[in-house]
Design a binder for this molecule. Structure first.
Ligand SMILES: NC(=O)c1ccc[n+]([C@@H]2O[C@H](COP(=O)([O-])OP(=O)(O)OC[C@H]3O[C@@H](n4cnc5c(N)ncnc54)[C@H](O)[C@@H]3O)[C@@H](O)[C@H]2O)c1
Length: 452
């Protein structure tokens, strides 16, 4: 099929490249000329494993090209997938980019004779597709639903594993306004992806996406609440507690003695809290939307509160280990909000850095690929330095804080911490190191969810 993708960030570009890789002909549209130029040269403007290699292939075989010309894209494709950002601004989700994209597509559809399906892939609060997007398309095109099609098709990929997730989806959710647009979208996936297709209405599709992210965020905050209680009691390791809980067969099946550890158990783990461009904004958007509907979501509000208290808890732990932060040299290991991505949006590391700077710490920050993005988030400050090797961060540091579980960080030997640091102290925000081993190497160790 011929497909246009509007917005070529993490979701749009990965979707475009993967659909082109499967044999569709894709036109990627972005407003930013430098992104378009980079894509056409086969250079991925974002980091995702395998993405650039596949991008080069699909550009070379002419299955994907990028443009700023929306009209060219809509006129030459059968489906337009909207994958623009939906940030949380002030006290609600900002749907301006989705609305603008729908408006612009509509003005082009006015002059298009062939049937065209508009697909919302951006994460949008329930009712967005069947009210705001539909109304905008009808107004700007002068046509009615049926002259064009409309579907909501949420995206579940995880940054860091985005290509793998897109190529091997767990499920494909299609919330279509009518049968014809459902069939069109089904054809995008049916012969190319091996996953169940769930047919629902648009608002159910929208709610599935929010509920998925809210569930995962809830597990993280639940784990961190258990961690906080364990810390207060002392000599309980919440990591082991949650491991013990996870081994319940209803969570971790054990057929014929073979343990199958589901991915979801990764969220049942104490740590520095969730971040990224999705969980915080999606949970906050659902809370705000729910309150507008007249219901106060108590669990979700607590999920955010617990998450926001994690930075403070880490700072308190650090302070008690190294007797204050002012003028102390602190190695920050990891800037990205999770491993295998260069994305630092809402990264717990960036939040922690901001707080440590306020307290007068001298920070040496390391990340294998997110440094450039982190520099854009953090204002120039003489007390912050970025280094391209973890050894340089650890040199003469009073403490090291683990903020992202990159392989390169979890492979650092305890001897290196011991040899390089002034005062070998680890505050482990990702719980990647073994307490007993760290302590047997003479390292002071504080992990989220564990206090002596
Ligand atoms: N990042 C994720 O892991 C992820 C996963 C699932 C769903 N989502 C959702 O997908 C949507 C996109 O997220 P993202 O992280 O890819 O965003 P992003 O900010 O990385 O990318 C958005 C892109 O859209 C472009 N854009 C904005 N308006 C445009 C327009 N009118 N025409 C053309 N281009 C336009 C921007 O220039 C930008 O390049 C959001 O709703 C997000 O919640 C994100």
């Amino acid at each position: 099929m011929n497909i246009s993708i509007i917005g070529t960030g993490y979701v749009g570009l990965v979707s475009g490249v993967c659909l082109a890789y499967k044999g569709h002909r894709v036109i990627c549209v972005d407003k930013i000329q430098s992104i378009v130029d980079s894509i056409n040269k086969g250079i991925a403007p974002i980091y995702e494993a395998h993405l650039e290699r596949m991008l080069i292939d699909v550009v070379n075989n002419n299955n994907l090209k990028a443009t700023t010309d929306l009209e060219h894209a809509v006129m030459n494709t059968q489906i337009s997938i909207i994958a623009v950002g939906t940030p949380f601004i002030g006290d609600s989700i900002d749907l301006k980019y989705v609305e603008d994209a729908a408006y612009d597509i509509g003005t082009i559809l006015k002059n298009k004779k062939d049937y065209h399906v508009v697909c919302v892939k951006s994460t949008v609060i329930p009712t967005t597709t069947d009210t705001l997007v539909l109304k905008t398309l009808q107004q700007s095109s002068g046509k009615t639903l049926g002259d064009f099609g409309l579907v909501m098709n949420p995206e579940f990929l995880k940054e860091g594993e985005a290509v793998e997730d897109f190529l091997n989806p767990d499920r494909i959710v299609i919330g279509a306004m009518d049968e014809k647009s459902f069939e069109m979208l089904k054809n995008v996936y049916k012969d190319y992806f091996d996953a169940p297709i769930l047919k629902v209405n648009p608002r159910t599709a929208e709610m599935i996406k929010y509920t998925s992210n809210s569930l995962l965020a809830t597990l993280v905050s639940f784990s961190n609440e258990i961690a906080a209680i364990s810390e207060e009691v002392g000599n309980i390791d919440a990591l082991k507690v949650l491991e013990g809980v996870s081994l319940d067969r209803r969570i971790t099946p054990n057929p014929e003695g073979k343990i199958i550890k589901p991915d979801i158990t990764k969220y049942l783990k104490p740590g520095r809290g969730f971040g990224g461009s999705c969980f915080p904004k999606d949970v906050k958007s659902l809370i705000a939307f729910s309150e507008k509907q007249g219901y106060t979501p108590q669990i979700l509000k607590s999920v955010i509160e617990v998450n926001e208290s994690q930075t403070r808890r880490m700072i308190i732990a650090l302070k008690s280990e190294i007797s204050g932060i002012k003028d102390k040299t602190i190695a920050i290991l990891g800037l990205a909000f999770k491993a295998n991505t260069d994305d630092v949006r809402e990264s717990p590391s960036i939040k922690l850095i901001g707080e440590l700077l306020k307290e007068g710490g001298k920070l040496i920050c390391y990340d294998p690929i997110a440094i450039e993005n982190a520099k854009k988030e953090l204002a120039n400050n003489i007390n912050i330095k970025f280094v391209d090797r973890y050894e340089k961060a650890l040199e003469r540091a009073d403490a090291a804080i683990i903020m992202t579980d990159w392989d390169v960080i979890l492979n650092i030997a305890f001897d290196e911490f011991k040899k390089l640091m002034k005062n070998p102290t680890i505050v482990d925000g990702c719980r990647i190191f073994d307490i007993t081993k760290a302590e047997s190497h003479g390292i002071r160790y504080v992990g989220i969810g564990y206090r002596e």
